[in-house]
Design a protein around this ligand. Sequence first.
Ligand code: FAD
Length: 441
Amino acid sequence: MVPTAEEFDVVVIGGGPGGYATALYGANAGLRIAVVEKDRVGGTCLHRGCIPAKEFLETAHVYRTVAGAKEFGVQVEQPVVEFSTSQARKQKVVDGLWKGLQSLMKSRKIATFIGTGTLGANHLVTVDDGNGGTTELHGTHVVLASGSAPRTIPGFDIDGTIVMTSDEVLALEKLPGSAVVIGGGAIGLEFASMMSDLGAQVTVLEALPQILAGCDKDVAAVVARSFKSRGIDVRTGVQVRGHTPNSDGGTTVNFGDGEQVTVDAVVVSVGRRPLSDNLGLQGTAVKVNERGFVEVDERMHTGEPGVYAVGDLVAVPNIVHPALAHVGFAEGIVVIKDILGEDPIPVDYTRVPWCIYCYPEVAFAGMSEEAARALVAVIQHRRDQRACEHEGDHEPADVEGIAPAEIPFQAEVVVVRLIRAQLGIAGVGEALGWVDPGQAG
Ligand SMILES: Cc1cc2nc3c(=O)[nH]c(=O)nc-3n(C[C@H](O)[C@H](O)[C@H](O)COP(=O)(O)OP(=O)(O)OC[C@H]3O[C@@H](n4cnc5c(N)ncnc54)[C@H](O)[C@@H]3O)c2cc1C
């Protein structure tokens, strides 16, 4: 208890999806909540991520539909993109949602403090407003929800005009005529697809052997084929080596074994880094792993009693933690239920549905087919071993480095994959909502 600090049941640092979901759920349960946000509530998702990216993908969708209208007997002139209008529309949508979120938080009596929050000893949070002013808050519980920012790579300094991350692309008034997208993950492919639809010549450079690493090979192959047929140059297994800006604008990107491509812009999309370094965690028992993620257990507890963490900031040991807005929402609910002593069901990260809104859209829930097959093989092996043990002629051995006791005898495996072009429906992201992962096979 710190006498000078304002008192709350829960102080949340970071007002993105993880933070505001925790705050709203906690306020609904009658807890006194403070949210500390250094920029604007809504976080990456609302201002620099899901919402603006989907808004531009919708522009691309409208353009594609109009451009292909003749095929359906609808005669139209060749459409022209005015990206500044799309940018203005995007901003209107974002601002409207931002206003709505602020009103919602206010109506739930959540106290919002604008400034950078740092955690000190005894759950004391200091808010620095950036103008020399500080406020001290004390929470019976503290939730770290500071999220993530784009990663960069050496040799590609972000200048906001030639070399950009997703943050800068989403603020453009005019799209480049040509672009290299470094990174063939979900975000990189959404940008590649959107820019190509809207007339840019796009090259995707991916260091790994396939785009959408970690996803099913056949899904990645369908997307790669579709991209290539639309004129997107998809190169896998290539390293970028740097770039040389040209005197007349644009730049030449060096990659692979001496290959080059000259473009107007480079979009660096090589993943995201957790924002743990601005939380002042050094003097606490919060454990930060070697990649900067805050380690939590299945109830989102950090190493410091009473301090939780949610969202893009966290890593759960031995589990792939998806960096998705709805994962942050679900984790916020786990935190509040834990605080209330309600014995929460932990988030099952193996069943999280997710979608890539490129064209063709792809949606997933559960394991990849390869991972499911590997698990089934291991279970079968374990069962065979048990049969042998019962016959008394074998000691159980390790299976691919996993201790026998840790291998289950049975498991429920969920594999859901939807690809828009195959389904011929409006959007597989919505269709995924029709699938009950409990019924999926
Ligand atoms: C281009 C793009 C597209 C995406 N599309 C999707 C999608 O379609 N679907 C999906 O589910 N996810 C998508 N994501 C991911 C999604 O945006 C993130 O998973 C989500 O925003 C993470 O929420 P968060 O609350 O953990 O962090 P964030 O949204 O990053 O919010 C963290 C907040 O904390 C604030 N903050 C940081 N440090 C401090 C501090 N010390 N003090 C005070 N405030 C602080 C930040 O300003 C920020 O507002 C996308 C991301 C990007 C970049």
